[in-house]
Design a protein around this ligand. Structure first.
Ligand SMILES: Nc1ncnc2c1ncn2[C@@H]1O[C@H](COP(=O)(O)OP(=O)(O)OP(=O)(O)O)[C@@H](O)[C@H]1O
Length: 254
């Protein structure tokens, strides 16, 4: 059985069919990239899987269990993580305290005062930071980190509740090319060692073709193609509908 099985997914906003009969699946340990031109329906698909939006129709199953229509918190509890965008309130906390906050939340102590974070599972938080290459920066304030390092902390925070499926919406936006590849290579290694599925949207083609196991191409809410990075790069329909658009490649590639 697939880890994630999406069937007949539909979502319209007024007259716009943002997601129009989309089917796909994702296996444990797999990195699946969702690409497509602006307005193709990537974010909508993402939000339908994560529960931020309710589908008009269709099914979203995690390990066979229906999630469509459940609130985001319930979907999170079933094992679907999202990379955190660190809130401004947490910028004054240290790196390790931010991960400890995520561990508090994972342990369902969501109403605990933030002051308790400092005493909560520090060793586990440090181990997560070590795994994402941030062990030596654990006691620095988050506000002092370079942007690429913040992204690594976000990844450690997302791993705090040991998700089966991790959703990453444009995880490398704003990063330099070398940092992007390093972050997604790390994500790929984590997916394999934890047998965690990863669904990510990405405009940067070097990341998509360098790191994804499989690629889905959405155009105007419909799935145009799906396959290995090599097959997608060769696909004439994709080149015409998407990759042939020099503006998109030129805008996001450096
Ligand atoms: N809340 C909303 N209300 C109305 N229309 C929406 C809403 N969200 C998305 N849309 C429309 O649905 C379509 C798909 O949008 P979506 O944001 O999912 O595309 P995308 O592929 O993520 O685009 P981008 O790459 O620009 O982020 C677009 O036509 C968009 O204008």
């Amino acid at each position: 059985m697939s880890l994630l099985q999406v069937t007949g997914l539909n979502k319209a906003f007024g007259g716009v069919k943002a997601v129009d009969g989309v089917d796909f699946s994702l296996d444990k340990g797999e990195l699946l990239a969702l690409i497509g031109p602006n307005g193709a329906g990537k974010s909508t698909t993402f939000n339908l899987v994560g529960g931020q939006l309710v589908p008009d129709s269709g099914s979203v199953r995690l390990a066979g269990r229906e999630m469509a229509g459940l609130p985001p918190r319930a979907i999170w509890r079933l094992g679907v993580g999202r990379t955190f965008q660190i809130a401004a309130t947490f910028a004054s906390l240290s790196v390790v305290e931010n991960v400890q906050m995520a561990l508090l939340s994972a342990d369902h102590k969501v109403f605990a005062f933030w002051r308790r974070a400092a005493g909560h599972r520090r060793a586990d938080a440090l181990a997560l930071l070590e795994r994402v290459g941030m062990g030596t920066q654990a006691d620095r304030p988050c506000s002092a980190l370079a942007y690429g390092d913040v992204k690594r902390v976000e990844l450690a925070m997302a791993l705090a509740h040991a998700p089966q499926l991790l959703l990453m919406d444009e995880p490398t936006a704003g990063m330099a090319p070398a940092e992007r590849l390093a972050l997604m290579a790390l994500t790929r290694a984590l997916a394999k060692e934890r047998q965690m599925g990863v669904l990510f949207t990405e405009h940067s083609m070097d990341v998509v073709f360098g790191q994804a196991d499989r690629v889905l191409v959405l155009v105007r809410g419909r799935l145009l193609a799906e396959g290995t990075p090599e097959a997608i790069q060769r696909d004439a329909r994709v080149q015409q509908a998407y990759l042939g658009n020099g503006q998109i490649l030129g805008k996001h590639r450096q």
